[in-house]
Design a protein. Structure first.
Length: 123
């Protein structure tokens, strides 16, 4: 497993954390203290705001899981990867996209720029 794979595995651990305590620990493991996440719907910085955005996604899509699509690709301190939000009960994936992350020297994420390829109507 490369350092890119490790960073993105931690990213998905955060997005799939089952409860607030696990989420807080996973966010701290995945992102730097001032790490950011930006997509068409949000622009946040810091562990508390990151955890709040992730918790909000779980409120909107209860029981769904974020899954990697394809391989993680990186060079220097930049990594890109595709993902989808999947229902474990029926396999539907109403949301999908790809993210570009910048890694800090310690291997944690300093920033993520998210792009949405598929979103439900009215989202």
């Amino acid at each position: 497993m490369t350092s890119y794979d490790t960073a993105i595995a931690r990213y998905f651990e955060a997005w799939n954390a089952p409860d607030a305590e696990t989420l807080a620990k996973a966010v701290a493991a995945a992102w730097t203290e001032d790490g950011s996440y930006t997509d068409p719907f949000t622009d946040v910085r810091g562990h508390e705001q990151l955890a709040a955005v992730i918790a909000g996604a779980h409120e909107q899509f209860p029981g769904f899981e974020f899954r990697l699509i394809g391989a993680v690709d990186g060079h220097h301190d930049v990594v890109r990867f595709g993902w989808e939000l999947v229902s474990p009960t029926d396999g539907s994936a109403p949301v999908a996209g790809f993210d570009v992350a910048r890694l800090a020297e310690d291997g944690r994420i300093s920033s993520v720029s998210g792009f949405l390829d598929r979103v439900p109507a009215g989202a």
